[in-house]
Design a binder for this molecule. Structure first.
Ligand code: ATP
Ligand code: MG
Length: 424
């Protein structure tokens, strides 16, 4: 049997990791700018957690979880999302009762879906969760945080789609109206939707089957069934977004794929990634904390798929970082190797953020072409003559018109730092 990775489980190769680190770094800085604190939870949890949090009649729980019995016969699942674990951890450690928390997380999630571009079985999410705040200003804050993240990544042309699912009461009223509508069109629904019409009719609005999507386009709107309080909250969110200059479009079809949502729900979408066009999605989940056994606490959050963010950055032709060396030190003769090793360490002392590589093996010509191919900015060459003078040659790969420069080793770090800066 040939050993290879599992379908839908990807390696992130060295040529890609700089972009990943960049996205993670920008995310960390953006979360910090809103004073959100990181939480890290296990990848494996009791299956019961996700069943209770996400809901039994959802795609995720019905057919997408990686679940198995462990040696003690306990049913476990790889986490398909981060919110349930955050709430579980918050309850377990007493972080939620009568408190406010602003949290973020990043890491792999697992769903047994059909792999395709932008959809994998192990994928990575960045997520934010805010607990203990019921008013619309926190909805506005978490959405503004997502907007800032997307902007800082350089992404353009994204649409913020907004909806409200109202409170449980509003939804119960709406459920009635929706069920009556679906009853009238039952023959045209796909099989999953036929079943869900009875068990969880809102899920039908979220169907990915085109024929069903066409039908629910004419379904009654939840916004019409909302109470005054629900409406006031939703209007507060829209007002707050508008105050911050964040444009949105109302989309009554957004119900989200997880059952714990109430009130505000939203998605950031693009038309540039085909069917996988949602790069960030979230909403309020005021019922979840109590549903998992805690004292009721309002909450709202979102999650964004890192793979989709990167796909979109590429689709939009953004300038992506790489991890190519800044400087490659090339010994032209065997006796230059040891002194160059010392020079390399001196440069690392003097320029802690520069990427300094020592070239090992091969004739000078081969070393230089290897360095050029690696994307290095400069080569520093030591040959016999230079060595005797306590010097090296600095060669720029980016600026071929600039003549090679002979530099004293003592002044090399200062020189290189200046040129690295200058030539950006
Ligand atoms: P979709 O409608 O695309 O299946 P979802 O509603 O299931 O998404 P959420 O559970 O809200 O997604 O997850 C939040 C984000 O995580 C999505 O908007 C997307 O960017 C990303 N995501 C979800 N599932 C996957 C996956 N299988 N592969 C890659 N990214 C994913
Ligand atoms: Mg999904």
């Amino acid at each position: 049997m040939k050993l290879q990775s599992l379908r839908g489980f990807n390696d992130v190769l060295p040529s890609e990791t700089a972009v990943w680190q960049h996205v993670e770094q920008v995310a960390r800085e953006t979360f910090a700018a809103y004073a959100y604190q990181e939480i890290r939870t296990p990848l494996l949890e009791q299956t019961a957690l996700f069943k209770r949090a996400i809901g039994e009649v959802t795609d995720v729980v019905e057919k997408e979880m990686f679940s198995f019995d462990d040696r003690e016969g306990m049913n476990l699942s790889l986490r398909p999302e981060g919110t349930a674990s955050c709430v579980r951890a918050g309850l377990e450690h007493g972080l939620l009762h009568n408190q406010q928390q602003r949290l973020w997380y990043a890491g792999p999630m697992f769903r047994h879906e059909r792999p395709q571009a932008g959809r994998y079985r192990q994928f990575h999410q960045l997520g934010a969760e805010a607990f203990g705040m019921a008013g619309p200003e926190i909805d506005v804050e978490v959405i503004a945080l997502s907007a800032r993240l997307l902007k800082r990544l350089g992404l353009r042309d994204l649409t913020l789609e907004l909806n409200s699912l109202g409170s449980g009461d509003s939804r119960a009223r709406y459920r009635q109206a929706l069920t009556e509508f679906l009853d009238r069109h039952v023959d045209a629904l796909d099989d999953d939707s036929k079943r869900r019409r009875l068990s969880n009719p809102l899920r039908v609005l979220d169907s990915k089957v085109p024929q069903t999507q066409a039908i629910v386009r004419d379904a009654p709107s939840l916004l019409d069934a909302m109470s005054r309080d629900d409406r006031a909250h939703f209007e507060g969110v829209q007002q707050g977004l508008s105050d911050l200059g964040i444009a949105c479009v109302l989309n009554p079809r957004i119900v989200r794929g997880l059952d714990y949502y109430s009130h505000t729900v939203f998605e950031w979408t693009t038309t540039e990634l085909g069917a996988q066009g949602t790069v960030c999605a979230g909403g309020r989940y005021d019922g979840l904390v109590a549903q998992l056994g805690g004292q009721a606490s309002p909450a709202i959050g979102w999650a964004s798929g890192i793979e989709r963010l990167i796909l979109l950055m590429k689709a939009q032709g953004l300038n992506l970082p790489d991890a190519a060396p800044d400087v490659v030190l090339c010994p032209a003769d065997a006796d230059s190797a040891r002194p160059l090793h010392q020079v390399a360490e001196q440069l690392r002392d003097a320029m802690p953020n520069a990427r300094i590589q020592l070239s090992v093996g091969g004739k000078l010509k081969a070393q230089l072409s290897r360095a050029a191919r690696s994307g290095a900015r400069f080569a520093v060459v030591m040959d016999e003559a230079a060595r005797h003078d306590g010097k090296v040659h600095v060669k720029s790969f980016a600026q071929t018109e600039v003549a090679d420069e002979s530099v004293a080793i003592d002044g090399l770090a200062v020189k290189l730092a200046a040129r690295l800066n200058l030539e950006g």
